[in-house]
Design a protein around this ligand. Structure first.
Ligand SMILES: [Zn+2]
Length: 380
């Protein structure tokens, strides 16, 4: 199979191809036009869904792409490959699939990770009527990780301050404070937001209108970023001793979900996180539906020789948003550099992403087909 044909150069091409393929395969399509944000050249943005299979299916695969905008290039290609390789025709009985294309269309269209408000959607599913999660070490990081310029002197200063921070707190604390989510600095890293984003509200609406009839939901949220060449990392956010975790392990193998495997593939111990979409949707579906699945990463970036290089895509995104603007002379070069981390143009990566995605869809759908009967046996 020619895997490269499923990858698109831009968000709007990816979107058109998703809609065309879904329509041709008999999917029921719904458009959710973004009310305000625009992409490059002023293009309109939309989150789109396609439902395949019986409307009254009691088991549904919910599959999202582009939660972290630029990571949507891989997720969209995986969705297109599944639709075009007869996935919709091979659904098990009483099972449907709801494909959600471009959860964060602004990020997808610009090739950036966060939303139009610099919000990380996977930190935005928190209860805004309660005190927001804290991140006590973030303030210190923000002080030296937000330079006005990206010249050599500025980068050297970041390196010096970063080394001091690591000496005091350890390497993992740096990664954790930067990426666990923070709710204090709207112009900072992994900002969780001060209210629910449009993408968050839209996802809740989709769950309410499409999924409340079902009693079993399998979830795959496609992501990309960690260093590698298309291998999958399964980030299951269910409690390790829960039935939901056991369910996901049954589909994908206990080893794939084991924290030791995940940490070694991730490259370090995973940061603690708050406000993950997985938890937000799970809570909304509870108690009427069981919810099992994972955020699944396609490893994508080239291995970086130093932690500061590993942080560069985040630095560039922030600098473009808050210091230079998207029309700065350096912008195109930096957009390309960011994209290389999340959606590289390597042939080997395209091949591995599609092969691993299709295998993951296959095992997940077998598991979804058996789920109903297994739960009957459990109830006996
Ligand atoms: Zn991601």
């Amino acid at each position: 199979m020619d895997a490269e044909k499923f990858f698109s150069e831009t968000y709007d091409v990816a979107r058109d191809r998703f809609l065309e393929a879904a329509g041709r395969a008999g999917g029921r399509i719904v458009h959710y036009a973004h009310p305000g944000a625009r992409g490059p050249g002023g293009i309109a943005l939309s989150l789109d869904t396609a439902w395949f299979g019986p409307e009254d299916a009691t088991t549904v695969l919910l599959n999202t792409s582009g939660t972290h905008g630029a990571e949507g290039f891989a997720g969209s290609a995986a969705q297109l490959a599944w639709i075009n390789t007869c996935g919709p025709q091979d659904l098990p009985p009483d099972t449907a699939a709801l494909l959600v294309h471009a959860v964060n269309p602004f990020g997808f269209a610009w090739g950036l990770r966060a939303t139009e408000n610099n919000v990380d959607i996977n930190r935005n599913f928190v209860d805004y009527s309660a005190p927001l999660p804290d991140n006590p070490l973030y303030e210190e990081l923000h002080g030296f990780l937000c330079p006005k310029s990206l010249d050599d002197a500025a980068m050297q200063k970041i390196l010096t301050e970063g080394t001091r921070f690591v000496e005091r707190n350890g390497q993992w604390a740096l990664e954790d404070a930067m990426s666990r989510g923070q709710y204090t600095h709207p112009d900072g890293y992994h900002f969780g937001g001060h209210k629910a984003e449009w993408s968050n509200i839209t996802m809740h609406h989709i769950v309410k209108t499409e999924l409340l009839r079902a009693s079993r939901i399998g979830f795959i949220d496609w992501h990309s970023g960690p260093a590698g060449d298309g291998e999958l990392i399964h980030l299951c956010f269910s409690k390790p001793d829960s039935a939901q975790f056991a369910r996901a392990a049954h589909w994908w193998g206990r080893d794939a979900l084991d924290p030791k495997t995940v940490n070694s593939m991730w490259g370090s111990r995973r940061p603690s996180r708050r406000g993950i979409m997985f938890w937000g949707l799970e809570e909304q579906l509870s108690p009427q539906a069981q919810f099992a699945g994972a955020v699944i990463e396609f490893r994508s970036a080239i291995q970086k020789s130093s932690p500061s290089k590993a942080m560069r895509a985040s630095l560039l995104e922030r600098w473009l948003r808050f210091e230079a603007g998207f029309d700065a002379p350096e912008a195109q070069k930096y957009f390309d550099e960011i994209r290389e981390d999340y959606a590289p143009r390597r042939k080997s990566w395209h091949i591995n992403v599609i092969r691993n995605a299709l295998e993951c869809y296959r095992t997940t759908l077998i598991g979804l087909g058996e789920w109903k009967h297994e739960s009957l046996r459990a109830a006996d």
